[in-house]
Design a protein around this ligand. Sequence first.
Ligand code: ARG
Ligand code: ZN
Length: 864
Amino acid sequence: AIIQRKDYRVPEWLVPTIDLDFALKLDATRVKSTLRVERNPHGEQGTTLRLNGDGITADSVTVDGQSTNSWRMDGSDLVIELDGDKHEIVIETTLDPAANSQLSGLYASNGMLCTQCEAEGFRRITFFPDRPDVLSRYAVRLAGDKAKFPVLLANGNEVARGADPERDGPGTHWAEWHDPWPKPSYLFALVAGELVANRSSFVTLSGRKVRLAIYVRPGDEARTGHAMESLKAAMKWDEDVYGREYDLDDFNIVAVSDFNAGAMENKGLNIFNTRYILADPDTATDGDYDAIEGVVAHEYFHNWSGNRVTCRDWFQLSLKEGFTVLRDQQFSAAMGSAPVKRIEDVRVLRGVQFPEDSGPLAHPIRPDSYQEISNFYTATVYNKGAEVIRMMTVMAGLDRFRRGTDLYFERHDGEAATCEDFVKAIEDGAGLDLKQFRRWYEQAGTPRVEVEMRHDATSGEVRLILRQTVPATPGQPDKAPMPIPLRTALFDRMSGRHGGEQTLILDDATREFSFTGFAEPPVLSINRGFSAPVAIATPTPAEDLLFLARHDDDPFARYEAMQQLVVQHLVGVVNGSVTGAALDQGRAAIGEAFEAILDDRALDDLMRGEFVILPGETYLAEQLLVNEPAAIHAAREELKAWLGINLGAQFRALHDRCSAVPYSLSPEARGSRKLKTQALVYLAPADPAEAIRRAKAQFDGADNMTDRQGALMVLCGLSGPEREEALAAFHDRYAGNALVIDKWFSLQAGSLNPKALEHTKALADHPDFNLANPNRVRSLYMAFAANPQAFHDASGEGYRMIADLIETLDPLNSSTAARFVTPLGRWKRMEPGRSALMKAELERLAAVPTLSRDTREQVSRSLD
Ligand code: ARG
Ligand code: ZN
């Protein structure tokens, strides 16, 4: 069934309170749920109460204390006929958490029990109006074996605990948790298991002392320090920057190793994938440290943007996710290097979201319809959603934007709100007119902006003509122009300076802006800071890009000029327009720009590290009408080798300089680690023997995971005994550490090694491979699918491998399986040979009769 946004109806029944009583057992948990239901005066006045279920059956149902037969199953839902306005319903269900391989609802992981209810997992625990606009107060009693489940956690406050063997059985204990804040069912959580806590505390703005705890499996507690520091920093930052204070006496986090997503913001009881909690220098890279800081903050920030103000329905998902991603990006920018953070965020947007926006799964940040909501936890809803709100900050400025968010939180506290409510609050609070801006919520597709500059030497006038087109996307053939805020500066070629930045709003198909006082044609710096999530479609003259790469005072724009220089060159090489002398010239220009970056003493190494990362193959493919993966890969690798040869001395010196910096988490030391491995990346194709020597030394001498992983990545891409030795040593050293063994799988599947396809196939039979663990599945197959040279092997074997995976994984864990359809979905813009092979795999999947709703939706959208 297709669910449409326009069909929203307010709930007929409300559930002001619910009591949940759990008798916990790994393979047979009994749940008794007591719902106090009330007719919603604003809803339709029907006589049936519909309670959603999924894969559960009711052992018994009572209404107002009477066992009743006036209920029936309608599909998986439980329907009760009721007259009157107020009733108490008691329903008992029995679950088998150990058999729950979907990891949605209540499931077992390593002998512990935990939940994941967003979006529709609560209905796998008990029958309930499982929709985010039904808010209830929860009282939860957990009872279970004291030895197996010494720790019993749920949302809110622990109000009592004890042991009642008569009631709950010998060897048991119980705990009762009350959450004073009404919440939708998707924020419910419980955890039971043998866990140890890293405890700390935080005093809020108004003086409330909050107990903090991060629960992990015994032995992991030493790796929770960074997550704890990140949490405290996030709590402080949200007070300082958004005026948001925490609202319970306890904030608990639990890390679990079997988890479909990154983490979940359950009220007062966040549940995390271990990969976003556990870190120490020996096992986590600098990137892992950053990801932990960002995700811990993200989930914490949801307490306001998501929990206190939640979503009316799942079409509004970006209301909480887009806004919370923006908030976590702003936080990380404040904690580290803001320009580097911006570059990384834009890299993800253009590498993942832009392809989504131009492919068969394109959808607006507020979708109009879905079959399975799990399929809409996308880069569009999250990352483009954040960019859309970021544009509001560009147009309003941060102070006025804050007035908007204050009004939003005040107006909608305790409510289930819509994206429209958010936009209205920003309009009213920040004083913006967002009438036309609302189109950003309605229309999918990445706008393309064309730029034309006309200079009149006699009058000194510059006219900038900007045009936008929003491409057609599935279900949206015609688009209306959207307001695009473009931070812009015009540089004087002689002085290398500009006379001030302006934000130009391109709010029509075409607009003209005029500037005076330019004797010479200026150099245009546009979309500075990536102020709008658009593609600038007009190529810029190479000399202007070189100018900006040297002189632009906006760090993002400077980076972008450098990227664009490389993109334009590589696109030309692939489409055959850059050959012969032009090829030499193009490389020479890039070489010169690289040299300037390597020599620029004013740049810090963290930033320098961004400049020397070449644009990714997926992003390059986006610039072409027809994707030619082999040609793109070859052109990019050739350029890399050319740079490695021609700047060999500089890269060697860089590797030496950076190798001398001792380990710490300072920006300087992190920068040197980033550059150290980048130097090897360029030396590898230029002088493999030397690269192996240096990588081996880096690997053997490493006192941290960043260096070790970087060196192993380079060794993995080359052939020789050093590769096998290093892989074996790494595996030995970290046997039993799941997160590090994940890296071991990813490095091989994601490798530049020409045999990566073969290696990946073999690794699927490795004893450490495990289809039941999403982290492990992703570590092998997502890394593979993101490795163009291996995935797009001309034989089509890569496609078959991913389709086989989808087919095998789908019955076990459909939401994880469905995520693998995306890489196969981009067949339309592929060269004919590969296109046919990809499409054939999708068709093969479409013919599988037992496909889950998740996977079926993605496959059929991809074939449409
Ligand atoms: N709300 C969670 C977060 O962004 C993610 C939940 C993922 N759920 C899902 N069905 N994919 O922090
Ligand atoms: Zn989120």
